[in-house]
Design a protein. Structure first.
Length: 454
């Protein structure tokens, strides 16, 4: 595909104004919703091939979330696109002020392989709602799902409106050469830096949804049974290949042993008779080998079985983990949970604050004092109290990172806002024209200006 030609065609199409009407945007959203429904079985087969995802997990974490997002946009779009009146200072008498939402133009959306449906279609919904044209770049690491996405988009939209570019690094580099009006990227910190560097050449605004080592804190007051079950849920979901997955556990040493018992019991309940047929596998050999290397030299308390032929790693818990061990130096992105103990909560705070700001933080406690202390001292993208991951599955709150875990946010109204430029307009009336701002300046007019603008 000639990417330069594609970008030029989309620019030309956008400038016709075709994408701006509410009827056009609503129709485009409905087309996406209906096409997704019609292709659910194809998506299930593709994701089974790429990641061994079960239909239940696909709907819960991918298609179901996308359907919910589309419905939310359809419900609220008519109010979002309206110009909003703003107050006008007296010094601007006589005039009125308003803010007008305007689409950026031609946007680039780049998504990763771990949630290959949700993480490309959710930002696309925002781009459509805001009235943009879009180029989508799915990950080459989920090839079968990428093919389904390309076919789905190609069947319902003309390429000059929305198009999919498949491929790997060569296609990524070609896309970076184009002057898009906005870039939305989800992926690693390393690639996120490259995206931002490329965007800077054209002063292109970006949203970066990255990752990092998201901590879990369990204190002495926590409900250990619920904590173990909900942390295990977050750790085995997509085989731990989740940007907001709990990366490591900081637990009060007095409740560590009891927690491990509950965690083991939760895994036994999740996978009776060690039947892992519905658990996803690691995406490729590169990541599988990376994870197995991280296990070397560590003390395994739970799990630890691996199957290289299937790229499968059993849910695993590590204990007596050193703060500077290899597994604590990088985002794990797998079903492995390192456990570190603490005595004083300040140890957790100091440890978290000594590292790059994470995308998520999860706190299990029944103490409001502990909750307030953690939230007033630790910076992170978002999180949960007494649960993991589920905070992102809401159209009523934005989702995004801070610092090394990203910039910008989306979901619900914030998806619309991300792909929208808000123009501030002041409309001046002609029936009166106060002379105080014009030359020649005078002391009298100066006093009036100071009076109105103090």
């Amino acid at each position: 595909m000639n990417i330069k030609h594609l970008a030029a065609c989309q620019r030309e199409y956008f400038e016709t104004g075709a994408t701006r009407s509410i009827s056009f945007r609503r129709e485009a959203l409905l087309k996406l919703k209906n096409a997704l429904k019609e292709r659910e079985s194809q998506i299930e087969l593709a994701m089974k091939s790429d990641l061994n995802k079960a239909p239940f997990e696909i709907y819960m974490t991918e298609t179901g979330i996308v359907f919910d997002e589309i419905n939310f946009h359809l419900k609220h779009l008519s109010s979002w696109i309206k110009a909003k009146r703003a107050k006008t200072p007296l010094v601007h008498f006589s005039s009125k002020s308003y803010v007008v939402p305007e689409p950026y133009g031609v946007v680039l959306i780049m998504s990763p392989w771990n949630y290959p449906i949700q993480l490309i279609l959710e930002p696309l919904i925002g781009a459509i709602s805001a009235g943009n044209c879009a180029v989508l770049k799915p990950s080459a690491y989920a090839p079968e799902t990428s093919k389904v996405i390309a076919k789905l988009i190609g069947d319902i939209y003309p390429k000059e409106y929305i198009a999919v570019v498949e491929g790997g690094r060569e296609e990524n580099n070609a896309l970076f050469e184009e002057a898009f009006d906005y870039i939305f990227f989800t992926g690693s910190v390393k690639v996120g830096k490259a995206v931002m560097e490329a965007a800077a050449k054209n002063l292109t605004p970006v949203t970066l949804e990255l990752g990092g080592k998201s901590p879990v804190i369990v204190d002495e007051t926590a409900n250990l049974k619920n904590a173990a079950k909900r942390i295990a849920f977050g750790k085995v979901l997509n085989a731990g290949q989740t940007c907001v997955g709990p990366d490591y556990l900081l637990i009060h040493e007095n409740v560590k042993d009891k927690f491990l018992e509950e965690y083991k019991r939760a895994l036994e309940d999740f996978f009776p008779d060690e039947d892992y047929s519905n658990m996803p596998v690691i995406v490729n050999d590169k990541h599988f080998n990376r994870l197995t290397n991280l296990l070397k030299g560590e003390k395994i308390a739970i799990g630890g079985k691996i199957d290289g032929m299937k790229r499968f790693i059993e849910p695993t818990v590590l204990v007596d983990v050193a703060h500077d061990s290899p597994i604590m130096r990088e985002e794990i992105f797998g079903p492995i949970l390192p456990v570190l103990t603490y005595i004083d909560l300040k140890e957790c705070i100091d440890f978290i604050r000594s590292r790059p700001k994470p995308l998520a933080l999860y706190l299990f406690t029944q103490s409001k004092k502990t909750e307030d202390l953690i939230f007033n001292t630790c910076s992170f993208g978002g999180g949960c109290v007494n649960d993991t991951i589920v905070h992102l599955a809401s159209p009523y709150m934005g989702f995004g990172g801070v610092g090394h875990s990203g910039m910008g946010s989306y979901h619900g109204k914030q998806s619309f806002d991300t792909f929208t430029h808000y123009r501030s307009i002041l409309k001046k009336y002609n029936w009166i024209d106060l002379p105080i701002r014009y030359h020649p300046y005078s002391d009298k007019h100066f006093k009036l200006i100071r009076f109105f603008m103090k």
